[in-house]
Design a protein around this ligand. Structure first.
Ligand code: DGI
Ligand code: FE
Ligand code: FE
Length: 188
């Protein structure tokens, strides 16, 4: 799909602020892809669609998770914020005919990461956290990390997410922890 067409598609399903976040993720993904030798067209497509399902009806997402054997039912026991990534990948394929497995994987893993994320997934995972519109405390350190090492940046993003969840005393999805463990192990 053309970049312009993809942007039109997501603009229709996202509120303005979320659309602007998406443009930021596109910008950061392109920078990271270029710096780390990742396919820039794929990075751009995954970034454009990464939050495609963010505002989908919760009951609809629940039904999709139940119906689709490839989506783990375990998701339903955790916060609905986790659903839009895997459901989004599925819907982007189903509704817009995006078939590139790597692009779909990058959309699916953008919230939790996953242990063996390929560089394209890492790019979107990190870009989502550091795009220019993000202003939370610590984002500047994450941006610096991302300039030095993509894998180190994945650890830092995982670490930041887990710390955020612990502080709020909410349940941590196992894959969120598995991502952190795998990247730390790989580094050592
Ligand atoms: O969609 P975005 O807001 O751009 O960002 P995101 O997809 O990375 O994350 C959405 C939310 O998901 C964020 O507020 C943190 C939350 N989240 C990430 N991992 C977990 C989680 N929430 C729970 N309860 N458990 C997790 O493991
Ligand atoms: Fe998201
Ligand atoms: Fe996002």
């Amino acid at each position: 799909m053309e970049r312009a067409k993809a942007l039109t598609v997501v603009k229709k399903v996202l509120p303005q602020a979320r659309y602007e976040h998406t443009l930021g993720v596109v910008e950061s993904s392109l920078e990271l892809a270029e710096a780390y030798g990742v396919d820039m067209a794929k990075a751009e497509m995954a970034a454009i669609f990464h939050d495609y399902a963010k505002y989908r009806d919760r009951d609809e997402m629940q039904r999709i998770i139940r119906e689709e054997p490839i989506l783990p039912d375990l998701l339903l026991q955790y916060h609905h914020e986790l659903w839009h990534a895997p459901v989004g990948a599925l819907l982007v394929e189903r509704e817009w005919g995006v078939t590139d497995r790597e692009v779909l994987l990058a959309i699916a893993s953008h919230t939790t990461g996953r242990p063996n994320m390929m560089p394209l997934e890492q790019v979107v995972f990190v870009a989502d956290a550091i795009e220019p519109g993000r202003t939370y405390p610590g984002v500047e350190q994450l941006r610096e990390k991302a300039k030095q090492s993509l894998e180190e940046a994945c650890i830092a993003v995982s670490q930041h997410t887990i710390r955020f969840l612990l502080d709020r005393q909410v349940m941590i999805y196992p894959l969120t922890l598995e991502t952190y463990n795998a990247f730390v192990q790989r580094k050592g």
